[in-house]
Design a protein around this ligand. Sequence first.
Ligand code: ATP
Length: 547
Amino acid sequence: MSAPTQDPVEEVTQKIEELFFDDEGKPITKKAFKKLQKDKEKADRKAATAAKIAAEKAERDATNVDYSVDRYGKLPMNQSQTRTDTKYEDINTIDASRAGETVTVRVRVQTSRATGGKMCFFVFRQNVSTIQGIITVDESTISKQMVKYCVGISPESIVLVQGKIVKPVEEVKSCTVTCAELAIEKIHVVSEVNARLAFSLDDASRPESAYEEDPQLVRVNLDTRLNNRVLDLRTTTNHAIFRMQSAVCLLFREFLTERGFMEIHTPKLISAASEGGSNVFKVNYFKTNAFLAQSPQLYKQMCIAADFGKVFEIAPVFRAEDSNTHRHMTEFMGLDMEMAFNEHYHEVLEVLEDLIVFLLTNLKSRFSNEIEIIKKQYEFEDFEFLPKTLRLHFSEGVKMLREAGVEVGDFDDLSTANEKFLGKLVKEKYHTDFYVLDKFPLAIRPFYTMPDPANPGYSNSYDFFLRGEEILSGAQRIHDADFLTERAKVHEVDISTIQPYIDAFKIGAPPHAGGGFGLERIVMLFLGLGNIRRSSLFPRDPKRLEP
Ligand code: ATP
């Protein structure tokens, strides 16, 4: 039913009343009418202002909308739940010729720098390579919130970045990728840093010369580095050092396998101290004790008695020596070889000399990038060596020392100081950082060393030196069981503890010789690092068992 319509006369009367009479039915005066008019204008102005403010707020809210939420943030912990076909790029493959391409990289944030709240620059790192990344606020894809998030990502976090390859206006001199950079489109944190960094990688990567120019710069000492070794190992220099360490083993294997040697693995838990002496670690072994091998010496010789002919091993060696020096550790990697010869132990010595020349030549040619990187921090002189190795008789070395004013006996062992000084004299006279001393005094060598009857008091044994410090000891070994027993007695070795070794020679063994290098010594001396701990991943010495 429709509402009854109002009588038009009544309607007009009501409007007149509203216009000319107030709520109490009194006529509105002209003055009151004007006031009412003003009040209305005021109310209208107020409403207009409120509407304007509301419109402005709406606009502000609209611009604050984070339109980039899907482009940044922390990824959930990877629990291997999905696989995509995404290609993860090696940043070394990125260059200006690929400008315009969108790539995905997983990198570490080395540094980040915000400029004015709308932009952020990154240096991203992948192993030893770095590339610049840039993110800039725009109207539809990169929000202010996203850039703010970027600025807050801690250095050393691992991030997954999608970015467009851009040719920079100028070369990026601070990065290894100089001719391209990444315009960041997406950035997600894969692994964040939850601890305070003990030092910055910049501080840990400085050469000594930088401190001469500016002594105020932060210096990271060796102990701090070793206490925070994982962080320290991230420096470009350390990556290169351990690539060189790996290279030494690679080349050692390559050379020897090429020459028909066979790789062996001898026990490290043994029942007796292999070389006598007290520098052996004792460990519990069920109801008895065992010892950690001081070298593979006895076992590699036993393999020769087993007719393996030419063997080598790369394995840890344990020495319980309380030596707190720049070149001794309680655990190091031994590169050992042993070989049967036909007539003279020099057949073996020649193989060892060729091995070192091969090693030095190939380190220089195949690992020149690494050498250059390390040189930037450790500033060492190029390694000099002769194509035909210099071999001096021990007595010649003693003569050179004496001529230079050093008091030394004919059969004295070389002290570290004399060893280094002789290296200096050899370098001056023969221009080589690598040489061999042959025919060491018998009395200072282990019991299994073959004496040299033509040179009484001397033996068929040798040491190799790099930059004036020992890297290898080797010798012809006694392969006759009776003579071996006799010599062991002279050295007061308890025969019962080495009986299986002696027995190996009772059933016949060919004449043989060999030697053992210390891996970390080779790396330290070749690269002039000055301390063996720098060429050991997690060094062990009398004062350090951690990390
Ligand atoms: P050094 O006289 O320097 O103490 P060594 O004569 O005891 O050495 P060997 O037992 O002949 O050395 O060991 C062979 C090689 O092993 C050495 O030339 C060296 O390269 C390495 N080496 C020996 N001892 C250590 C050690 N404590 N730490 C690191 N490397 C070592």
